[in-house]
Design a protein around this ligand. Structure first.
Ligand code: KG4
Ligand code: ZN
Length: 426
């Protein structure tokens, strides 16, 4: 007789349901296929079969299976945040954060004006077990209660990714808990389902130090990239402009602050890619224009710096609004009206950018959702949540899951013409 102690709906394809059933003392699932007869009412009535425990966890409707609520630990170490969190995903698909502990390594890297991969990896090694311990303690959840442990397995700085993923594997092995290797970008993409219970499909604008992408979020594991930067990421451009103007690291917030006292019209910087039919971004030409102007003005007076920041930011805003509007139009053509425009990544903390996003969303007749700042920037809750979303669909990983420096969210995406970005996730 089968005695499943864990089970997941694996796929809900046409009238067939596929389950992965975990038998006691067996790490690997037994795949079971149910034909159309076992749907809805029949499933309820089928109390005599040894597989009844499977039915207990299921509510069918709308072609979506909902399993009992699950608690998931998430670990994030892809860049310069060491983070861990425990979340609950309830059977109705809504979520709750039980703990969310983030250590930002800003101080460790400040002297170097940017993230130093080797220092980041070592800091993750030093910090991670303490952070995981705090996240577990604050959540009040024991390891034995976890339905899964999720870690960001990329894309990112490979040393840090290895630290987080290996830690998750160790926890999964010791506590005999499923492992979920999460794509960091997917975690950003799914966050509004945790914060706002947002329905698919929606349009994501992700702008951070390493990424600038417009993505159609069609379902869990179903992402279509509509636009990307062909060179620098938006946050990277802010950071580089800050550095060339002698502002401290991290540069984005400094540029925003300094821009507030400046004249956005003093310098007519280029608006990259304006009016193009595709939805891609470009930032490096703009950055070079700022550098050239700054060299011409040397030595810079405080007002020059403010005006350069304000004029740079104005150019970013105009280019971003145009590129994103095209992205939303492409979205509509392929997927119909989006349920929202979602902004994520550190750059979404910028108030001027938020204002421009609000206008873009209004023009596209959709609403703007920006998760709270602590969930926009890198954190463990988003990894745990993405893990829980994948777990609910039976998408779990084995101990062979590799750490990945590069990992496209949209596996079918091709590099755009003129692509010159050597960073992860083009
Ligand atoms: O998402 P995030 O915290 O980390 C990753 O890059 O993954 O994003 C950090 C980036 C940095 O480049 C930072 O300068 C930028 O977001 N950023 C900002 C602002 N706050 C953070 N850029 C412009 N304006 C801001 N207020
Ligand atoms: Zn991120």
């Amino acid at each position: 007789m089968l005695e499943p102690d864990r089970f997941w709906l694996n796929q809900n394809r046409g009238s067939d349901l596929l389950f992965d059933v975990f038998l006691k003392a067996n790490r690997y699932p037994l795949r079971i296929k149910f034909g159309g007869l076992l749907r809805s009412k029949t499933l309820q009535a089928d109390t005599q079969t040894p597989l009844w425990p499977i039915a207990q966890g299921l509510i069918l409707g709308n072609d979506t299976a909902m399993l009992a609520s699950s608690l998931v630990l998430g670990i994030e170490t892809t860049c310069d945040e060491t983070a861990a969190a425990v979340i609950e995903r309830r059977s109705d698909g809504t979520g709750r954060i039980l703990s969310n502990v983030v250590h930002s390594q800003t101080e460790e890297h400040a002297a170097f004006g940017g993230v130093v991969p080797e220092i980041a990896a070592r800091a993750h090694v030093d910090l991670l077990d303490g952070i995981v311990g705090r996240a577990m303690k604050q959540s009040g959840v024991g390891f034995a209660q976890l339905a899964a442990v999720a870690a960001a397995a990329g894309p990112g700085l490979i040393g840090g990714v290895i630290v987080g993923l290996t830690t998750a594997k160790a926890i999964a092995m010791v506590h005999d808990t499923p492992l979920i290797a999460v794509n960091h970008l997917e975690a950003h993409a799914l966050t509004p389902r945790l914060t706002d219970a947002l329905e698919f499909p929606y349009c994501l604008f992700l702008a951070s130090g390493g990424h600038t992408q417009t993505v159609a979020v069609v379902g869990v594991g179903n992402y279509v990239r509509l636009g990307t930067t062909v060179d620098d990421a938006m946050g990277e451009a802010f950071d580089k402009v800050a550095k060339m103007l002698g502002l401290p690291y991290p540069g984005g917030p400094e540029v925003e602050r300094t821009a507030s006292g400046g004249d956005p019209n003093r310098f007519a910087f280029p608006r990259p890619m304006l009016g193009r039919a595709d939805a891609n971004f470009s930032l490096s030409g703009l950055k070079t224009a700022v550098r050239n102007e700054a060299s011409r003005l040397m030595p810079l007076q405080p007002q020059d710096i403010s005006d350069l920041c304000a004029s740079f930011q104005a150019a970013v805003l105009e280019s971003m609004a145009d590129r994103l509007s095209v992205g939303l139009r492409l979205f509509r053509e392929r997927f119909g009206a989006p349920h929202a425009l979602v902004a994520a990544g550190g750059v979404a903390a910028n108030q001027a950018i938020r204002g421009a996003l609000q206008d873009v969303a209004a023009k596209a007749q959709t609403r703007l959702i920006i998760p709270p700042p602590a969930l926009c920037t890198d954190n463990g809750a988003m990894i745990a949540w993405a893990g829980a979303e994948r777990l609910a669909l039976g998408l779990i990983d084995t101990m062979d899951a590799p750490p990945r420096a590069r990992w496209l969210l949209d596996e079918n995406a091709i590099a755009p013409a003129g692509f010159a970005n050597t960073r992860a996730g083009f």
